[in-house]
Design a protein around this ligand. Structure first.
Ligand code: FE2
Ligand code: FE2
Length: 279
């Protein structure tokens, strides 16, 4: 199977670029399943039901959320009725929505998706992501005749690369892909781990990189330089780079055959699977 994960979609620029490109990417890259992190798609903070509908219509199979999951209050009730939107699985018990699920892919195949929050350098305490992922993965054994799913994507939404790599090794052999999100900057460490799980510490964002992590740079610079903030952060406009991770899996085992970091458009050095760049 060919699975694409797209990192945090930031603001109007990011979501327009994703909505515009995704139908073409699905066709050109023969994608079987697409997961997109939408936690910053509404003016940089959270996701609205309307934006979720637009991302689904463009070709996302599952939308994930991170620490900004409920910045838009409508999402608190909306996640209860839309199982294809996942919030982090290690939110406090009783939080609305779900953090993992099994979803249909092409040709009757099934994909497990989970999203977990890290705890290192995060400004709120969350439950232990390792035990939460362990319990969730046990509900969806990967590959083989007895497997419940043909592929599995684990997203680790976290600040520290150390914690993300630890999650990668914790899930090695039990997921097709472990991919990081939240920092909005892609890492250069896409690889296949020893037991067959594809891994990238951070996929990067789908947003304008002439910015400070997707936000117009004026206000963040003022806050860093003077120590004082005066205005709200606004998502940057301008040229967008779509960032993500593409993994090709073996249906029999659910493990990765190849992994390709995706950086498409905008200011970053481009990276895509071999073949013509999508038009
Ligand atoms: Fe984010
Ligand atoms: Fe985040």
């Amino acid at each position: 199977m060919r699975l694409l994960f797209l990192g945090d979609v930031v603001g109007r620029a990011g979501r327009s670029a994703v909505i515009d490109a995704l139908p073409r990417l699905r066709a050109d890259w023969k994608l079987d399943f697409v997961a997109v992190n939408g936690e910053n798609s509404a003016s940089g903070f959270g996701m609205t039901p309307k934006i979720a509908d637009e991302l689904f219509a463009a070709g996302a199979d599952v939308l994930t959320l991170g620490d900004h999951a409920f910045d838009q209050k409508e999402m608190l009730s909306h996640v209860e009725g839309v199982p294809r939107i996942l919030r982090p699985l290690n939110f406090a018990p009783g939080a609305p929505g779900r953090g993992h699920g099994i979803f249909p892919a092409t040709r009757g195949r099934r994909v497990f998706v989970a999203v977990a929050l890290g705890r290192v350098f995060m400004n709120r305490p969350f439950d232990d992501p390792f035990s939460a992922l362990d319990a969730a993965m046990k509900t969806a054994p990967l590959g083989g005749p007895g497997g419940a799913v043909q592929a599995a994507i684990v997203e680790i939404h976290a600040e520290a690369t150390s914690e993300k790599m630890a999650v990668g090794h914790w899930c090695d052999g039990r997921a097709s892909l472990v991919v990081g999100s939240h920092t909005h900057v892609p890492t250069a460490d896409a690889m296949i781990l020893r037991k067959g799980t594809a891994y990238q510490s951070d996929a990067g964002m789908c947003g304008a990189y002439d910015s400070v992590i997707g936000m117009d740079k004026a206000e963040p610079l003022k806050r860093f330089v003077t120590g004082m903030g005066t205005e709200r952060f606004q998502p940057a406009l301008g040229e967008v780079t779509l960032c993500g991770t593409l993994v090709e899996t073996d249906d029999a085992t659910g493990l990765a055959r190849s992994v390709t970091p995706i950086r498409l458009g905008g200011h970053l050095r481009q990276s895509a699977p071999p073949g013509p760049m999508p038009g």
